[in-house]
Every structure is written in structure tokens, then in C-alpha cells.
Design a binder for this molecule. Structure first.
Ligand SMILES: [Zn+2]
Length: 305
């Protein structure tokens, strides 16, 4: 497959910083869209426009056969456990390919798979967010959080957001968040805005925000998390968890069936936000933009063949 666009994630920064126990050289990036060059699978022929389902699995174990690719013993992320998409040509399992949604540019097609799949599973399968509920999205500049705002709006839920950056709070409002709060001590503002707190908190920051996230929960609320960018260990005030009948839910990537459901939502109008586009040979500058946490939405690599 000839890659036309790829996009980078926080994971790629950890790879570049050497935090992922991967021995270089390694081609980074999990997200890619492009054109089939050759195929041994009759499902695809040269010239087909496709994008990549970025979850790696063996497709054959009991979990995979029951549709739970994320529980496969061979589970991995493209670009972390294999070479990734920041390249011109990639050899990939035909089962990881899906037709590129019509109406999406190459950059948009490469911008959404990992973050939207992750946020989709978190909000729909794990937290089971409903249209009559309120969700609080933490750290509303990160790709996965921007995806969460859009997916929650798509579901029809009421959305609140937090960010340290005033510019990003403004962008969150433009995407449909009803209110956006500063990241410090946000639970007070959340409780004022909601009276009883929120039904779901969308977390990916971890120790820096978890306490405030728990304080923001309504009775019976759920915190769902896919990451911990502020450190790996966090303290929990236990009574807040049990007295409030709260749930703390972990989630990572998503299944092929969830990716298919997401693609249907894209067909119904869900669109990723592209922050910036860099040519492949300026990948260093793209990583630097992500490292500075200046982005809102996805940092994309454009790859000309
Ligand atoms: Zn498997």
C-alpha cells in the first residue's frame, strides 16, 4: 500500500524519547491512508483507496474470533509493535484495511483512525454514554480529546471540557462543548454548571487531573481512561469511588467492529480536526509541535509518491 498521509500520536513522542522499550530503527505512526499497490487478497485490488485499522492482532485466537481484538494475546499498536505508517510504502494485513470514506481528504482520512477509534470505544462500549447524559472531556487539545468532543456531540450528549489553554477552550466551544473550564480546580465550575456533576469523565491525563475528575462525577458516574500523560501512578480518594457508586474504566484502542461502527458515523458526517500538515521529511517539526502541546486536533504527515 502506498501511504498518502499519516498522522502522529502521543505514542510516537514516547517512541522518539525512548520510553517504549523499542529498539530502533522503527518506522513510527499508527495512522495511515493511501492506495493499494498489490494484494494477495481478493477483497482488494491495486488502486483501491483505503485507510488502516491500527490495532494489531492475530485475527485467529478465541478473542479475535469473538470480535475482541483488543484482548488478543498478540494485541499491539501499529508503529509501536511493528513498523508504522510514516513511510511511502507499507506491507500490511488485508484485514487491517477499510475503504476510505468518500468525501474525506487524504489528510482527514489519516487523521482519525487511532484517536477516534480509541475515543469511540471509550464513550460507546466502555462508558456507554447516552444522549441524555453529560460528559466532561479533560485536556481538550489532545487528538483523542478532540475526537471525544466530536463523538459525544454525535451521540447527542451534553459536553463540557477542560484545558489549560484559553485558545483551546475557545476551540472546544466551537466544536460544540457547552462550557470549557481551566484545568486547575475545575470540579467546582463543573458542579456549578451541572448541579449534580457529570455522568462520564473522559480521562487521558492521569495523576494531574484524576482527583478533580472524581470530584466532578455525579452519583453513579463513570470515569473512562485511555492514557496517563502526566505520569503512571495516581492516588484515589477511595470514598469518592464507593460512596458515589462510581466506576473507573480502562480502555485501549478498539475492535474491528467498533472501527466499522465509527466509519458509519463518519459517513453520517463525523469529521476529524486537522491541526497541521507537514511533509514527511519534516517529521521532526511535526513531533516538536506535538511535544509542545500546542496542537488542537491531529498533526498529519503528507506523503507524496
Ligand atoms: Zn487474537
Amino acid at each position: 500500500m502506498a501511504i498518502r498521509a499519516a498522522s502522529i500520536n502521543h505514542l510516537d513522542l514516547w517512541m522518539a524519547h525512548g520510553a517504549q522499550r523499542v529498539t530502533p530503527p522503527r518506522v513510527i505512526a499508527a495512522d495511515g491512508a493511501g492506495i493499494v499497490q498489490e494484494s494477495g487478497d481478493p477483497a482488494w485490488k491495486p488502486g483501491d483507496e483505503v485507510l488502516i485499522f491500527p490495532t494489531l492482532c492475530d485475527w485467529e485466537c478465541e478473542w479475535c474470533r469473538s470480535g475482541e481484538n483488543v484482548r488478543c494475546p498478540r494485541f499491539g499498536v501499529l508503529g509501536e509493535h511493528s513498523n508504522g505508517t510514516a513511510c511511502e510504502l507499507i506491507h500490511i494485513d488485508a484485514r487491517n484495511l477499510f475503504r476510505k470514506p468518500a468525501g474525506l481528504s487524504w489528510e482527514e482520512a489519516a487523521a482519525f483512525p487511532l484517536t477516534f477509534l480509541t475515543a469511540w470505544r471509550m464513550l460507546t462500549t466502555r462508558a456507554q454514554l447516552r444522549a441524555d447524559e453529560t460528559v466532561l472531556v479533560i485536556g481538550a487539545g489532545a487528538g483523542v480529546a478532540v475526537a471525544a468532543i466530536q463523538i459525544a456531540k454525535h451521540i447527542g450528549a451534553r459536553v463540557l471540557a477542560t484545558s489549560r489553554s484559553e485558545a483551546k477552550r475557545k476551540r472546544a466551544l466551537e466544536l460544540g462543548a457547552e462550557a470549557a473550564f481551566d484545568s486547575s480546580n475545575f470540579s467546582k465550575a463543573v458542579r456549578t454548571a451541572t448541579k449534580d456533576g457529570v455522568d462520564v469523565v473522559f480521562e487521558h491525563v492521569g495523576p494531574a487531573t484524576l482527583e478533580e475528575s472524581m470530584r466532578s462525577l455525579a452519583m453513579g458516574g463513570r470515569i473512562v481512561t485511555c492514557g496517563s500523560t502526566s505520569g503512571v501512578k495516581a492516588e484515589i480518594t477511595m470514598p469518592r469511588l464507593f460512596f458515589r457508586q462510581a466506576s473507573l474504566l480502562g480502555s485501549s484502542m478498539g475492535n474491528a467492529s467498533e472501527f466499522e461502527a465509527l466509519l458509519k458515523a463518519v459517513d453520517r458526517g463525523l469529521r476529524p480536526v486537522v491541526d497541521s500538515v507537514y511533509p514527511l521529511d519534516e517529521v521532526q517539526a511535526a513531533l516538536t509541535r506535538l511535544d509542545a502541546a500546542e496542537q488542537f486536533g491531529k498533526v498529519v504527515l503528507s506523503i507524496s509518491s
